[in-house]
Design a protein around this ligand. Structure first.
Ligand SMILES: *Cc1c(COP(=O)(O)O)cnc(C)c1O
Length: 375
């Protein structure tokens, strides 16, 4: 029986060669490849600057710091995300104020933001979840009206567009991530993009122990971190970036096969939808089933036994224990986010899956669902 993992990076010979070349060069950090990767990345997204960092989480931390967010500030964000997008707000002593999601994209619902704005609100941190951008026109209008910063967590949505414009080009800064399951990978790594020279220089400095570009090695003029991306990872990223359009096209093709195969089961499975005005770059392929979260968990277990990996995607952040304890969030606070969290399931999704594979996965999934999903 063929087994299907949830995700798998696509690594070609060019990536292997470029990493070996760095190893042989003797320059393993703070070298020319990192700089080249940053320049190529900024060009691809269409921003003036890009600052490579050691992870998406590190990038979010620096983007928050560069926005001047600190103790006592409030940041409006979504509960339906990977935990890092809210944790980075906690890192600086600010408070995440959650707003429920849009039922099509699962991104923050911009229509619900305004009534959460207070005198303490400093920023809106949107997350473009699963490969599809947030409706940025309303977000940007609100930001202008109330003089709020906008930070985009674009970690799952590289290459996606909203009304023809690239995710990551709307806010003061945006962050991308390159963990091994993302659309492109550097193993671990991330990138902050911005059009602001101030934000760029601050991020570069903070990622490198508080040194400015013109400082000597042991001069530090602010509290900084070591969030640098090494040359090996940068070389990997530089090659992945060259194939990005091809990899996105492949992901779209596989998503299309899934949607086609699932269409005849629309009464028991909800396939993902793309909002008008958006293009989708498919970080994951997530379906919703009917029933409770324990039924969904049973389906995942049974699918696992049939050789198909799947996962709940994603738990709502406000229901994690430390968020509930610190901020008093409760079940029922964000019903749409909770409903997606309870019923969602990510199916195997990676370059290399054939149409035959997708048919086989869907067949095992539907068999499992009809057996375990409604009991
Ligand atoms: C992957 C991801 C991040 C960053 O993750 P790292 O593992 O730190 O690179 C942040 N936000 C979202 C929504 C993500 O999916």
């Amino acid at each position: 029986m063929k087994e299907f993992p949830l995700a798998r990076p696509y690594i070609g010979q060019a990536e292997i060669n470029s990493v070996v070349k760095v190893l042989k060069s003797g320059v393993l950090s703070l070298g020319p490849v990192g700089q080249e990767f940053e320049e190529a990345f900024a060009k691809r997204v269409g921003t003036r600057y890009a600052c490579a960092v050691s992870s998406g989480t590190a990038g979010l931390h620096l983007a928050i710091l560069a926005a001047g967010i600190g103790y006592g500030d409030e940041v409006i964000t979504t509960p339906f995300s990977f935990v890092a997008s809210a944790n980075c707000i906690l890192y600086v002593g600010a408070k995440p104020v959650f707003v429920d999601i849009d039922p099509i994209t699962y991104n923050i619902d911009p229509a619900k933001i305004e009534k959460k704005i207070t005198r303490r609100t400093k920023a809106i941190l949107v997350v473009h979840i699963f490969g599809q951008p947030t409706a940025m026109d309303t977000v940007m209008k609100l930001a202008k009206k109330y003089k709020l910063r906008v930070i985009e967590d674009a970690c799952e949505s590289i290459g996606a567009t909203y009304q023809g414009r690239q995710a990551g080009t709307f806010g003061e800064s945006a962050v991308f991530a390159f963990y091994a399951n993302k659309q492109m990978t550097t193993a671990e790594g991330g990138m902050i993009v911005t059009n602001s020279k101030r934000v760029y220089e601050q991020c570069k400095s903070l990622a490198n122990q508080g040194r400015s570009a013109n400082l000597q090695w042991l001069d530090h003029n602010r509290l900084g971190y070591n969030y640098r991306l090494d040359e090996l990872s940068s070389a990997l990223g530089r090659e992945q970036l060259r194939r990005l359009d091809w990899m996105i096209a492949k992901r779209r093709q596989i998503a299309g096969w899934y949607t086609e195969c699932l269409s005849e089961f629309a009464d028991i499975v909800e396939a993902p939808q793309t909002a008008p005005g958006n293009t989708h770059t498919w970080f994951v392929y997530v379906v919703l089933i009917h029933g409770t979260s324990s039924q969904r968990d049973r389906v995942i277990q049974a699918l696992h036994n049939s050789g198909v990996a799947s996962k709940p995607y994603l738990p709502s952040i406000h229901l994690f224990k430390f968020y509930k304890e610190q901020f008093g969030y409760r079940r029922g606070d964000f019903p749409l986010s909770e409903s997606v969290s309870d019923r969602s399931l990510a199916l195997p999704f990676y370059i290399g899956l054939t149409k035959k594979d997708v048919k086989e996965i869907v067949s095992r999934f539907i068999t499992t669902l009809t057996r375990y999903g409604n009991k």
